[in-house]
Design a binder for this molecule. Structure first.
Ligand SMILES: Nc1ncnc2c1ncn2[C@@H]1O[C@H](COP(=O)(O)OP(=O)(O)O)[C@@H](O)[C@H]1O
Ligand SMILES: [Mg+2]
Length: 503
């Protein structure tokens, strides 16, 4: 067996707007966890889809265990011992764990018979790797952490020896992530290989042996984990020095501006998405809500911002809105940085300028008394926002789809903050955004707090919650299950609460 498990030689892939992979070359050894890191949009997923046969490269060569490989489909990749756990799982929700594992495995003597053989094989595999999993549970009833195990098991059942995981910890609690890391270390200790995609540098430092950094579709370099640091990796990733902590003074909270009392979001016949949440956010403080995604945070934000019906009371500066809708809530000086930038944040075909006034476009100063647009005033305002919020390029006429993730988000943050709200609801404000823009957005949010705004921050990124918040609430299965002061918050403590473990 060769020392090198996988070698990539000048892999190139062009999409209409970007060169996603620009002559990428590096190798991955047997027995190592090899991390591939890069900012959002750097080209990591594209590269891995090429290795797994889901995307055809324009040019380049792949060698598996020293042999030139032609990988035209996932079936080819699987034959070569390559398995992949995708960023978005690809399981069949209504099937059981066992069915999902066996699915696509070419049954020979009818499914029923094969399932019994498969059950024994899978049970043996579980034993070997020390996973616990109910083979007869339906996927839809499993928490994401366990669904991911099914994905992993599925690849192992197909005898994968090179396991690719694309951003596997995005959906996990810190404890689940540690368990995953333990498994990965054991897996490579047996001579296998893991390719671990991430943009979270702390976990890369923890789990990997070597790291390849990708920026703008190119390899910046490959380094030994033991000989690098988070700072160096961050520098390689963004190409400059970065500050990873948020500097802020202690909060000086004033009167409560946002008060939520016993709020419920329910759908007939289903478990409540939000189950009796009460909270308050004062002027001049940032209240962070931590939690694994899918525990009601999205629905809570949608209720508060008038996008979804609810039971309960929400007071905006003491006032209750009889029939809340997004426009009315906005008129109560509430701003909203939505979690889904493309669906709710920006109209991609609109210009920067039109996106910047969106939501306030029907009011002065943007319209005159007869209701006509005041174009010079709109242009002036848009230029001011683009300048203040460092949107690049500086154009106000470019359509939104042409901006990078970071700049698109700055347009939204600019629109929401420049109107000087009293209350800001910020949901995943830096998701998919490069480090430079993260820093910038964090500073703007803290500034807004210091000017007396009440900020409710919802984020799946624990570091973000811990570094920005003045108080931290943890949400689990629709409820607030705990409050932690930031100076006492650790990943472990929050992680336990996020997993529903209360003292
Ligand atoms: N199917 C596609 N069509 C067009 N552009 C794409 C497609 N997939 C990815 N891209 C673009 O290629 C670049 C790299 O994307 P991706 O490989 O997903 O990056 P990463 O996984 O590092 O975040 C991005 O600019 C992305 O918008
Ligand atoms: Mg990706």
């Amino acid at each position: 067996m060769a020392e090198v498990a996988l070698e990539l030689k000048c892999i190139t892939k062009r999409y209409p707007l970007v060169l996603a992979n620009d002559c990428i070359s590096f190798d991955v050894r047997w027995g190592e966890v090899h991390a591939v890191v890069g900012e959002n949009g750097a080209g990591k997923s594209t590269l891995m889809k090429i290795v797994y046969g889901m995307v055809r490269p324009d040019s380049g060569e792949i060698y598996v265990d020293g042999q030139r490989a032609e990988i035209h489909s996932p079936a080819d990749a699987i034959r070569l011992g390559i398995g992949m756990v995708h960023q978005h799982f690809m399981l069949v929700e209504v099937f059981t764990v066992l069915e999902n594992i066996v699915l696509g495995g070419e049954p020979r003597r009818g499914l029923a018979l094969d399932l019994e053989t498969a059950r024994r094989e899978v049970a043996a595999l579980l034993e070997e790797i020390g996973f616990e999993l109910d083979l007869d549970a339906k996927i839809e009833d499993l928490p994401v952490g366990l669904q991911q195990r099914v994905e992993i098991l599925k690849t192992l059942y197909r005898k994968a020896r090179i396991l690719i995981l694309d951003e596997p910890t995005a959906v996990l609690t810190p404890q689940e992530a540690s368990e995953l890391f333990r498994f990965l270390r054991e897996f490579v200790a047996r001579g296998n290989t893991v390719i671990f995609i991430s943009h979270k540098l702390a976990e890369v430092m923890e789990v990997s042996d070597r790291v390849t950094v990708i920026r703008d579709g190119r390899v910046v370099g490959t380094v030994e984990t033991a000989q690098t640091s988070i700072e160096e990796l961050a520098r390689m990733m963004v190409g400059r020095e970065v500050i990873l902590t948020v500097e802020k003074r202690p909060a000086r909270p004033g009167e409560p501006l946002l008060v939520v009392e016993d709020l419920w979001v329910e759908e007939a016949g289903k478990k409540p998405r939000v189950a009796g949440v009460s909270l308050e956010v004062r002027a001049g403080e940032i209240v962070g809500i931590a939690g694994v995604e899918g525990n009601g945070q999205t629905e809570l934000v949608e209720a508060i911002t008038g996008l979804r019906p609810y039971r309960g009371t929400v007071r905006y500066e003491g006032e209750v809105i009889a029939v809340p809708d997004a426009r009315k809530v906005r008129e109560h000086k509430v701003s909203h940085i939505p979690e889904d930038r493309n669906a709710r944040g920006l109209v991609l075909d609109f210009s920067t300028r039109d996106n910047i006034i969106l939501g306030d476009h029907y009011k002065p100063p943007f319209v005159d008394r007869l209701g006509f647009f005041r174009d010079p005033e709109i242009d002036r305002y848009a230029r001011e926002v683009v300048e203040t919020y460092d949107v690049r390029p500086r154009s106000i006429h470019l359509s939104a789809r042409h901006y990078s993730g970071g700049n698109a988000q700055k347009i939204i943050v600019g629109r929401e903050l420049h109107r000087r709200p009293r209350i800001l609801i910020a949901a995943q404000p830096t998701r998919g955004v490069d480090i430079g823009a993260i820093e910038f957005i964090h500073r703007r949010i803290v500034e807004a707090r210091d000017q007396g705004m009440a900020v409710l921050l919802v984020s799946a990124d624990l570091n973000e919650v811990m570094s920005l918040s003045d108080r931290i609430l943890v949400m689990f299965e629709g409820r607030i299950v705990g409050e932690v002061r930031p100076e006492e918050a650790t990943e472990e403590k929050l992680g336990m609460l996020m997993a529903g473990v209360t003292a």
